[in-house]
Design a protein around this ligand. Structure first.
Ligand code: NAI
Ligand SMILES: C[C@H](O)[C@@H]1OC(=O)[C@H](O)[C@@H]1O
Length: 253
């Protein structure tokens, strides 16, 4: 058990990579608080699955783009569990769109959810960890897209580079409090964020063909890396990033 009785907070935890991280952390002994935006039934399903594993869980609704969601989420988690040990910044959107006619509202919403949201949440979690006085671990779900571009992701890839950069700077700002900050860079993980994109004729097969391990990723593939970075096994790891992409990034030709 790498996270026995640790309290883990995860944004966007009701589905996909966030839900996978919640279950992965619970399997390693953690109690979990998930933030979610939208469907309460999905959030309650994750809460029920965590409880089935004998761990405690709560779900707190809120839009991460709104700064007050961050303080309310941390407050609710502390009320329930008494502390915050690990924060996973996961919530994100990627509404695929071409560059030359990108609607301003799509650009601004993507920046607000993915980057401002990560900032507010990281800040609220870090303040709580600092006040507790026994360190902590912050893991941001960045992306392989922090390192490479995407024709229909010109609004999205800068947010993923930004989240990675946020972890690097926070590693410096928070090291003196024993708070570690790292990012995970998933490749292509089959979730609802890319369901439509991967449904285009030949796209899924094309992506699978580019991945040396021969398949798209699953949320539980990412969870293993989150658990590791959250745990004391990674006690001397901060300001780092880990690609979880089946080898996609290194496959030039
Ligand atoms: N699926 C993939 O191939 C990759 C995904 N990622 C990142 O992983 C993270 C999770 O995405 P997936 O699980 O793949 O997609 P997903 O669409 O299944 O999950 C996204 C989650 O974020 C939540 N969310 C969206 N807007 C929110 C808001 N304003 N406030 C609170 N929660 C909000 C959604 O409700 C959902 O739970 C995102 O940050 C994404 O950028 C990174 C690399 C690859
Ligand atoms: C949503 C995309 O399929 C996915 O998001 C990322 O961050 C990856 O780089 C993929 O492009």
């Amino acid at each position: 058990m790498l996270l026995q009785d640790k309290v883990v907070l995860i944004t966007g935890g009701s589905q996909g990579i966030g839900a996978g991280a919640a279950l992965g952390c619970a399997e390693h002994g953690a109690h979990v608080a998930i933030n979610y935006h939208g469907n309460s039934a999905d959030a309650e399903k994750v809460v029920a699955e965590v409880r089935k594993k004998g761990r405690r869980a709560i779900a707190v609704k809120g839009d991460v783009a709104d700064a007050s969601t961050a303080t309310a989420f941390v407050k609710a988690a502390v009320q329930e569990f008494g502390k915050v040990d690990v924060f996973v910044s996961n919530a994100g959107i990627c509404p695929f769109h071409s560059f030359l006619d990108m609607p301003q509202e799509t650009l601004e919403r993507t920046l607000k959810v993915n980057l401002h949201g990560a900032y507010y949440m990281t800040q609220a979690a870090a303040n709580q960890m600092k006040d507790q006085g026994h360190g902590g671990s912050i893991v941001a779900i960045s992306s392989i897209s922090a390192l490479v571009g995407g024709e229909y992701q010109t609004h999205y890839t800068p947010t993923k580079a930004g989240v990675h950069s946020l972890m690097q700077s926070c590693a410096i700002a928070l090291g003196r409090y024993g708070i570690r900050c790292n990012s995970v860079m998933p490749g292509t993980i089959a979730t609802s964020i890319n369901k439509e994109d991967l449904a285009q004729p030949g796209k899924r097969e094309y992506m699978e063909g580019r991945i040396p391990l021969g398949r798209l990723g699953r949320p539980d593939d990412v969870a293993g890396c989150v658990v590791f970075l959250a745990s004391d096994l990674a006690r001397y790891v901060t300001g780092a990033s880990v690609l979880v992409d089946g080898g996609l990034f290194v496959n030039l030709q």
